[in-house]
Write a protein that binds this ligand. Sequence first.
Ligand code: NAD
Length: 297
Amino acid sequence: MTQALNAAGQRAGVIGLGNMGGGMALSLHRAGFAVTGFDPSPAAREALAASGMALVDSIAALVAASDVIVLSLPTSDIVEKVVLGEDGILAHARHPVILLDTSTADPTSTVRIAQALAGSPISFVDGPVSGGPKAAHSGNMTMLLGGDEAVLARLAPALDVMTGKRVRVGPVGAGHSAKLLNNLLCGVHLVAAGEAMRIARGAGLDPEEILKGINAGSGRSGVTEVNYPTWILNDAFNSGFTMKLMRKDLRLAAGLIERAGAGAPLSAEALRLWRESAGDVADSDDFNCIVNYEEKQ
Ligand code: NAD
């Protein structure tokens, strides 16, 4: 396949080639970026072997071949190791690099990394994403960006390829905070909508019809408008986003609430329900399964 020219002339590296990172790497490759990928998992590398992108076995090799580096990693601990560790990105950066962390991560760690990178050739921004693996593959993710506007402008060619929608929400770390608050609200809305539907059923009403009414009114949310018709009412529960990932995000959100010192009793109650659901709803289940949690008690 002939590649389209990448007008920006930027080379892209992707570290973490899993469900999300693999799709991002393919989107960039398709758009004409010279893409280099790194992931210690043989299965992740194997999935991209036929793509034609360069798959390297060290962070040093990836840094040498990249002007823009995208991270899509499971946790902040791993992000810190990959960026600041002995054999990490900072240790090998000899030329200007823009580093974009798309992982859903702990904002305190993000700020710590930005401070450690000050004065280095690395410009760091956070851009956690939503839309799932499908949007990562199609280049249609929504991204919440934290970072310097001038750096984001230089990153625009890669962002154009990876996102359908993006919003800058503040300085470094703000993207990760916004993502956690978004997922906190989604977690609260799932619990609340699950209750409303249970109340409707208990009152002898048809939840599907009641939902249509709610979606015409001010009680609607992304959960009632998207999650219910797409994954819940039809019992599909196949959004591609697991309880495990959502539990991670809500644990991080709990840390954000604690540090902010803001009273958040409603969030605390919803977080308690998500935590206590662990005995009934498996980590591997779809995150929408929380709507049925009370019923199982
Ligand atoms: P994943 O487990 O499929 O992929 C993570 C990849 O990172 C794996 O291939 C793993 O081998 C690799 N990895 C682990 N340690 C590494 C290291 N030291 N160096 C390089 N690679 C390493 O996870 P995912 O679903 O792709 O999620 C990635 C990030 O995106 C997470 O932070 C997740 O919370 C976030 N996210 C996921 C979704 C989703 O629907 N899957 C949606 C939005 C955000």
